[in-house]
Design a protein around this ligand. Structure first.
Ligand code: AMP
Length: 307
C-alpha cells in the first residue's frame, strides 16, 4: 500500500556519554523510510538536501526501495544540520545547533506519481511544509500521521495548530505533550491535544515505552529494557516508520491493529539506539527483527485472574 513520507534528510553531529560523531547521516525522513522499508518494499519520500548530501546516502535509501524523486537537491545549498548532546540518563538531550539551510526556503513538490498515496507520514519538519504536502494530494489519504518536536512548537506554533487540524495520528514525546497541552498529566494533556485535531495520539516516553490514546481508550507499550543504549537519536522517527510501515502493510487502521503497530514501532526503535545514527536500522535481518518481536511478546504477556 503506497506510503509517502515527508521529513528532513540531514547531517547530525551527536554527543552521548559513550562518544561523539561528526556529521553523520540523519534526518526524520531518513529514519522513517529506513524503518518502514522492513514492511513496505517500496515507499516515496519528499524532502530537500544540499549539494553536500553524499551520493552513497542517497544510494542507501534507494537500495531499500525508497523512491527519491520527490527529494530536491539544491546545488548551491547546504543540507539541514542538527547537533545534539545527550544527558547521562540518555532520555533527555539538548539541541546544540539547528541549521535549517536548504529547509528554510523549501517548497515541496509532490511528484504526480506520489499523489495517490494511501498513507501519509508527515515527519518532523516545518509545519507549513507538512501542510503544503497534504494540500497537494487530490484525495485525502486513508491515514495521516504527523510527528513534530519542541523546536516547531517554539517557532511556528500557529502553523502547527493549523496542520494538526488535518491529521489522524500525532506522535510526540512526553515533554512535548506537556508543552503542547500545558498539562503535567499525560492523560489530561492527551484529551486536550485530541481536541486540537488528531483522533489518535501517541506519546513516546523513551526508555519508558509509549502510550496510544483514542477517545477513552489507552494502550501502553513498554520499551524493551536494553543493557546498552548507545545513541537515542532517531528513535522517535524509527518508531514512526515502524508504526506507519506496519499499518501500510496490513492496511488496517483499527485501534487493535494500531496497538500492534505501536509494538512494531517500539521494536524497531530498540534497534536504532544500539548504535550511532542509522547504522543499526540500515542493516537488520528478518531473524533479528523476529527475535526482537518475540522479546516484546514475552515482555507484555500476562495471564491474570479477576477476584
Ligand atoms: P528523533 O531522535 O527521533 O527526535 O530524531 C532525530 C533526528 O531528527 C535527527 O536525525 C535530526 O536530523 C532530526 N531533527 C532534529 N531537529 C529537527 C527539526 N527541528 N526538524 C526536523 N528534524 C529535526
Amino acid at each position: 500500500m503506497s506510503l509517502l513520507t515527508v521529513g528532513t534528510m540531514a547531517y547530525d553531529a551527536l554527543e552521548t556519554p559513550f562518544g561523539k560523531t561528526d556529521r553523520i547521516l540523519g534526518g526524520a525522513a531518513t529514519y522513517i523510510a529506513l524503518s518502514a522499508s522492513y514492511h513496505v518494499p517500496n515507499s516515496n519520500v519528499v524532502s530537500v538536501v544540499g549539494a553536500d548530501f553524499e551520493q552513497n546516502h542517497l544510494d542507501l535509501l534507494t537500495s531499500k526501495g525508497v523512491n527519491l524523486k520527490g527529494v530536491q537537491i539544491i546545488e548551491d545549498g547546504k543540507t539541514f544540520f542538527w547537533s545534539g548532546k545527550y544527558h547521562d540518563d540518555m532520555n533527555t538531550r539538548d539541541t546544540v545547533d539547528t541549521q535549517l539551510n536548504v529547509l528554510a526556503d523549501f517548497n515541496p513538490v509532490v511528484p504526480e506519481e506520489f499523489k495517490d498515496c494511501r498513507y501519509l507520514m508527515l515527519g518532523n519538519l516545518l509545519p507549513s511544509v507538512q501542510q503544503q504536502v497534504l494540500d497537494q494530494l487530490p484525495n485525502r489519504p486513508k491515514l495521516v500521521v504527523l510527528d513534530t518536536m519542541n523546536f516547531w512548537m517554539d517557532n511556528c506554533w500557529d502553523d502547527l495548530v493549523e496542520a494538526l487540524k488535518g491529521v489522524d495520528v500525532l506522535t510526540i514525546n512526553d515533554e512535548e505533550a506537556r508543552q503542547m497541552s500545558g498539562e503535567y498529566s499525560l492523560v489530561k494533556g492527551a484529551k486536550k491535544i485530541m481536541k486540537m485535531g488528531p483522533k489518535y495520539l501517541i506519546i513516546k516516553k523513551g526508555e519508558h515505552g509509549a502510550l496510544l490514546f483514542h477517545e477513552d481508550q489507552i494502550f501502553s507499550a513498554p520499551a524493551l529494557p536494553l543493557e546498552e543504549v548507545f545513541d537515542p537519536t532517531g528513535a522517535g522517527d524509527t518508531f514512526a516508520g515502524g508504526f506507519i510501515g506496519y499499518i501500510a502493510k496490513t492496511d488496517d487502521i483499527s485501534f487493535e491493529n494500531m496497538k500492534r503497530a505501536v509494538i512494531w514501532g517500539s521494536a524497531m526503535a530498540s534497534f536504532t539506539v544500539e548504535k550511532f545514527g542509522t547504522e543499526r536500522i540500515a542493516n537488520l535481518t528478518t531473524e533479528e527483527i523476529n527475535a526482537r518481536l518475540e522479546e516484546f511478546k514475552n515482555l507484555i504477556r500476562v495471564d491474570i485472574q479477576l477476584m
